[in-house]
Design a protein around this ligand. Sequence first.
Ligand code: HEM
Length: 153
Amino acid sequence: MKQSLTTLLMLFVVLAAAAPLAVAANPAGVPADQSLYTRLGGYDALVAVTKDFIGRLATDPSLGKFFIGLNDISKARVESHVIDFLCVATGGPCIYTGQDMKTAHTGLHITDADWNASAAHLTETLNKFKVPQKEQAEVMTAISGLKGDIVGR
Ligand code: HEM
């Protein structure tokens, strides 16, 4: 009996220690005064969200054309730049070394319809990771401020 109680206690300690490492967008209980980055779940959550979002864009029948010219190394570079960009944009401790948004998207001729389809994918991603409405609205506000640099270039 004592043995099994000890085992149970050890299991509890191991699980409790592992819990904060779980990738969860906006883990419950993060105070509202924390940065959006922290409330979204930090770096690992941002990586998971960005990969899912870019995966949706690249496989969308009408948006996939934008990514056709990128080889695997270029795709990996774009992905890590988007992660760092979003990290900085949400108040995280990252450094962004990529191009500014105007330069990165000039020549792609992204339309309003492309933008709206992308925003819908982002919402699906945020829902998948169970990001609460308050944080979703903040992400969308941050993103919509970039539209002028990304669309119609
Ligand atoms: C949600 C707002 C968006 C953000 C924050 C964003 C961010 C970025 C970043 C950080 C890069 C990498 C720049 C670099 O590597 O120096 C990039 C590149 C790129 N973005 Fe976006 N982007 C957004 C929307 C879009 C949309 C709507 C599309 C098209 C559907 C798109 C297509 C691309 C493509 C194709 C590249 C690669 C350009 C290249 O390296 O040739 N982006 N974006």
